[in-house]
Design a protein around this ligand. Structure first.
Ligand SMILES: [Fe+2]
Length: 218
C-alpha cells in the first residue's frame, strides 16, 4: 500500500478560534490531502474527479457556513463584501482551471488544481478568515466594529504581513516539490527489479519506500 502524503499539514496557526469554521477547514484540508495522493500515485482521472467534486461541494457548504457567521457580525461592512467576493472568485478560478483539462494535459491540470487549492486555502485562512475571526472575538468582548477592525489591523502590521507572506510562499514551494518527489520516487521504485545482486542504492530505495509496490524478479 502507498504511503499517505500530507501536502497540507494542519497546525494551530490555522485555527480561527471559531470551532464550526475550524472543523470545516480541517475537513477541507483532509480532502485536499486525499486529492494530492490521487495525483502523486497516478490515480485515473475519474477517481481524481470524484474527490475533486467532493472537495468542491464541501467548499460551497463551508463558504455558506462562514458567510452566515460573518453576516451576523459584519452585516454590510466592506470586509464582509470583500470576503464574499474572494469566495466567489475561488470557485470561479477552480472551475476555470478544471475546464482546461483534456486527455493530453490531464496530469498537468490536476497538479495545477492541487497547488492552487493548497496555496489559496493557506493564504485565505491565515490572512482573511483569522482576521475576520479576531474581529468577531473583539465584538464579543464588547468592542465596536471599527475598534475591533483597527485593533486587528494593528496586530497585522506590515512586518507581520511580510513574514506571513514569505512563510506561505515557502509552503507553496514545498507543496510543489513534495508532489514532484513523491511522483519521482513512486515511478523509480515501481520499476526496480529487486534480486540478490541488487546494489545499495536500489536496496535503500526499497527499504525507505517499503510501502510502494516493487516488482521482484527471480
Ligand atoms: Fe473564508
Amino acid at each position: 500500500m502507498n504511503k499517505f502524503i500530507e501536502i497540507f499539514t494542519w497546525n494551530s496557526n490555522f485555527d480561527t478560534g471559531i470551532p464550526e469554521i475550524d472543523i470545516q477547514h480541517q475537513e477541507l484540508v483532509k480532502l485536499l490531502n486525499r486529492l494530492a495522493n490521487h495525483l502523486a500515485y497516478h490515480a485515473d482521472t475519474p477517481s481524481f474527479d470524484k474527490v475533486f467534486a467532493e472537495l468542491a461541494n464541501y467548499a460551497l457548504l463551508h463558504f455558506s457556513t462562514e458567510e452566515t457567521i460573518w453576516q451576523q457580525y459584519f452585516t454590510d461592512d466592506e470586509w464582509n463584501r470583500n470576503h464574499g467576493i474572494a469566495h466567489a472568485l475561488f470557485i470561479e478560478e477552480v472551475h476555470k482551471i478544471k475546464s482546461q483539462q483534456t486527455a493530453d494535459n490531464s496530469e498537468e491540470v490536476m497538479e495545477s488544481i492541487v497547488l492552487f487549492l493548497t496555496n489559496w486555502l493557506a493564504v485565505h485562512i491565515i490572512e482573511s478568515d483569522r482576521a475576520m475571526a479576531s474581529v468577531v472575538s473583539g465584538l464579543q468582548r464588547g468592542m465596536s466594529l471599527t475598534g475591533a477592525k483597527r485593533q486587528v489591523n494593528k496586530e497585522l502590521d506590515a512586518a507581520n504581513k511580510a513574514l506571513i507572506r514569505s512563510i506561505l510562499d515557502m509552503c507553496q514551494n514545498l507543496s510543489s516539490k513534495t508532489i514532484s518527489l513523491i511522483k519521482e520516487i513512486n515511478h523509480q521504485c515501481s520499476h526496480i527489479f529487486a534480486y540478490p545482486g541488487t546494489n545499495r542504492a536500489m536496496s535503500a530505495c526499497i527499504r525507505s519506500n517499503k510501502d510502494i509496490p516493487v516488482i521482484i524478479a527471480f
